[in-house]
Design a protein around this ligand. Structure first.
Ligand code: HEC
Length: 272
């Protein structure tokens, strides 16, 4: 080793230049970013998360949502799509209503950790609180994404929910879903042919009268077609004795999703 000094200086130069370029320079450039106020008196944007939404960020982080969902909106220059005339356009994210503009570093000043994500197995969630502000929708979707979109490949997060016997009256928080989603949370349940025959033998006429109230088309449960139609109806009505309730994690996670409202306020540095 007769070039020890050269190797040492080379290594020093390599590491210090990357430290300067990747740590010091970005910190100097972006470290002092402040929330934006267009005019004095405007509410500054962004706002730090608080309360339930802040707790929900931890749940999002712990459950690996960012492995399938990004929180970054690409600029109008990126993201190709073809319009009805077969013409190639860019700005797919904005077209899909992922945000009004691209996201910039200022959108993330209160995010720690910043969950930009790397892969879009599912849609971008940077502004999901604007795109879908329905709390019940998010709960039913988390319990089982197939209840919202039959083709969904998102895993179900049924462990955030408890199925319990109703004591007294149904809770306000209970998910309003047919029994096919609640009998075995996380799965889509159907009775076996034998079970269904037993139910029809027991309560078939009650169920028919429930179904035909206000509906002219009566059901003949003697026919296989009638039995099948009654089954469809029965599966899509809630269980009478049980309810599914979100636990604390589910409630904070949904509060977090509803608080995701990035890229909705124009910022001077996000021009395109
Ligand atoms: C294995 C990948 C995967 C994981 C992990 C995952 N998702 Fe999804 N997610 C998807 C896919 C695919 C869709 C689109 C289909 C659908 O709506 O279910 C989706 C859709 C969504 C939507 C609806 C978005 C819209 O634009 O309508 C929300 C909200 C959502 N996911 C939240 C979450 C949360 C919160 C977590 C973590 C608890 C999570 N996802 C974990 C794949 C995933």
């Amino acid at each position: 080793m007769d070039r020890g000094m050269v190797v040492f200086l080379g290594a020093l130069l390599t590491f210090s230049s990357s430290w300067l370029g990747l740590v010091v320079f970005p910190f100097w450039q972006l470290g002092a970013e402040q929330p934006y106020q267009k005019e004095e008196g405007d509410t500054p944007y962004p706002q730090p998360l608080q309360g339930l939404a802040l707790a929900g960020r931890k749940v999002y982080q712990n459950n690996g949502c960012m492995y399938c969902h990004t929180q970054q909106v690409r600029s109008e220059k990126f993201g190709g799509w073809w319009d009805a005339n077969g013409e190639y356009k860019t700005g797919a994210d904005i077209k899909r209503s992922y945000g009004l503009r691209r996201t910039v570093s200022r959108d993330y000043i209160y995010d720690n950790p910043t969950m930009l994500g790397t892969m879009r197995t599912g849609p971008d969630l940077a502004n999901i609180g604007v795109r879908n502000p329905s709390e019940p929708w998010h709960h039913t979707h988390l319990l089982n994404p197939r209840s919202a979109n039959s083709w969904s490949i998102m895993p179900s997060f049924a462990f955030f929910y408890t199925r319990e016997k109703i004591a007294g009256s149904r809770s306000d928080k209970a998910l309003s879903l047919g029994r096919e989603w609640t009998v075995d949370p996380g799965y889509r349940w159907r009775p076996s042919a034998k079970q269904w025959d037993a139910i029809i033998a027991n309560r078939g006429n009650d169920l028919v009268s429930q179904y035909t109230t206000g509906q002219p088309a009566a059901i003949d449960i003697q026919t296989p077609e009638g039995k099948e139609r009654l089954l469809e109806f029965w599966l899509t009505t809630p269980e009478e004795e049980y309810q599914v309730i979100p636990n604390a994690d589910a409630e904070s996670l949904v509060a977090y999703l509803l608080a995701l409202r990035k890229a909705e306020i124009p910022l001077p540095e996000a021009k395109e």
